[in-house]
Write a protein that binds this ligand. Sequence first.
Ligand code: KG4
Ligand code: ZN
Length: 392
Amino acid sequence: MSDGLILGIESSCDETSAAVVRGGREVLANVVASQMVHAEYGGVVPELASREHLRAIVPVVREAMQRAGVKYEDLDAVAVTEGPGLAGALLVGITFAKALAMGVERPLIAVNHLEGHIHAVLMEAETSLAELAPILALVVSGGHTHLYLAGKTTAHMWRYRNVGKTLDDAAGEAYDKVAKLLGLPYPGGPWMDALAAYGDPAAVRFSFAQIKTKAHGHAAPKLTREAAADERHFDMSFSGIKTAVRRYVELHEMRERVAEREAAFRAEGLAATKASDSAALARVRSLLDEEALNLIASFQASVTGYLTRMAMAAAKHFGAEALVVSGGVAANRELRRRMTEEAARRGLPVAFPSISLSTDNAAMIAAAAWPKLVAGQFAEDSLEPTPQLRLG
Ligand code: KG4
Ligand code: ZN
């Protein structure tokens, strides 16, 4: 092995991505092709996602290799997302990665997408952070809202224990559904985040149901009190707030204005723009009244407050030495602000990925593959997508 040059491939949802990363840290190239076709359907259409991956995979890999300025024979391994994700979407990346690894005679490494999200932070963080264990990691995206306790087994290898998860919708999914309810473009999370700045976060009060703590080790009938406490699970729920927003919209007769807004967005082609485009944001904002902006700000305050409280409670309970927040929703500015403020109050170091590594990308897959390359943990020739793959 030379210097651990890994080509990573990610195709679990609606981003086709390829990246070249050296030694698990140095990103030589990270190319992400986001599929725009889903915007007009207001959600990811699995069949279309697979077809788009098939179209994009060769140009995206070629571009990543060119930008990195490396040749295929320079690679030490090819890494690919095994799951969780959409079966057909994962299949495109896995099939391509297998064929490529075979062609260049390099090992293939299978990576759990959720571990990838955690490595998006670890790869960028100061090495001192990675030395702190256990770390409480919140992975929060359109498909996942999970809390993990991450620790090291050896100098390189990480192990994870799932200590909490959403029992229904993922936080990003709730953002997207509420945005859709208000007639905002898809995906709605970034729009909601940008628009929340113009509303009053205290205008509407939303509450989250307390989820009963449950011991998930059913096999152990008589846990001591300490062991039972250690088994505590920090489960979450986001479907209640989604329903509360729907009721609010109905009660306040906001539906009609939603229809007008959707028609305007369509007529002006705003569905294909991004919240980071300031002219588009100004136009979308002008189509929202004060009541809608207040609702958006209140939703954002409630969700980010809830995520922050749950992460802090879990960190305290398990004696975590540091916090890591990753996944698409980790791009949310209010979540970053609250987590940073609360962590500082508790004297806990906290780290987020850079914005471009928050959402799905292949750099995090190549980074997570690096310890596996060192340990010689390679995928079998029979590797298949595992849509429900779990971590910890
Ligand atoms: O990690 P990701 O790219 O894909 C999944 O693995 O799901 O996350 C995408 C999700 C979407 O639900 C999107 O609306 C949400 O992350 N998201 C945000 C923000 N940026 C992306 N949600 C709230 N605020 C943001 N700034
Ligand atoms: Zn993801």
